[in-house]
Design a protein around this ligand. Sequence first.
Ligand code: FES
Length: 284
Amino acid sequence: MKPMQFTVNAHIAFDGDGTVNGMIASARVVAGSLLLTLTLPAGVAHEPLAGRYFLARCVEPTEWARSHDWTLSLRRPLFVAGWRPATVAAGAERWLLTSSQLEDVGVNWLAAQPVDMPINLVGPLGNGFALPSHTRQLAVVSEPARVAALLPLIHAMLDRGGRVVILLQAHNSIEPLLRDLLPLATEVHQEAPGADWRTRLQDALAWADVVATALPAGEMAGLLEAVRTARLRVERGLVHCLADARLVCGYGACLACLTPLANGRWTRACVHGPVFDLADLAVG
Ligand code: FES
């Protein structure tokens, strides 16, 4: 359904071209990820949002720049890390968006913008995580820079009275700022890559009703092996993965996000993902 036309101020509004304009409330880097708090007009989305993303334009907010400055021509994906309705003012909402791609020049540009800087977005896009109604024990498998994209799922699980174990692959201990971001009611473990990580991973996979992952592509083969060890087979519906895909256009047009499937075909992660059942992915 098309959102209601609503203007909070000139920079927090739905645009006539289907995009939405918001303003930066804060930008900070935590554990290798950008956390961008934005004020957006109310009514951007109401459905579950974990794993869904916006595409942000990286350009000065002037008419001239929007029409002529293509220095950073591609929009950059920002995953939903949180959403608080009507917390700012009537007609406005606070959103927390995140990216783990700090080495990217566009994400760097976003990270350097000041408070109250207008940002133009498309979204939320894609298919995110869904928690089956039977789920009581959620295991989250990720790394510090990517775990914020799973925060909405973690909160949803805790809200329904379930248990959450978070397993992070990291060489160093978890930054206090990241620990503050993870709900106190969760059980958090951190392990460096190696035998201890594999043991922890197998334990989490054996314990969980549902597993949500946000891992680099290079870690997927190890995940698959651990699932086979812990559960003997890859059960459909058990492990849901946020694909490490390059999200560029968000509409299935550019093919930058092509993702191989277990049936030998390819799919476009931007529209058919970016969250996939591990049983559907070609890994290795
Ligand atoms: S990002 Fe362009 S087709 Fe998926």
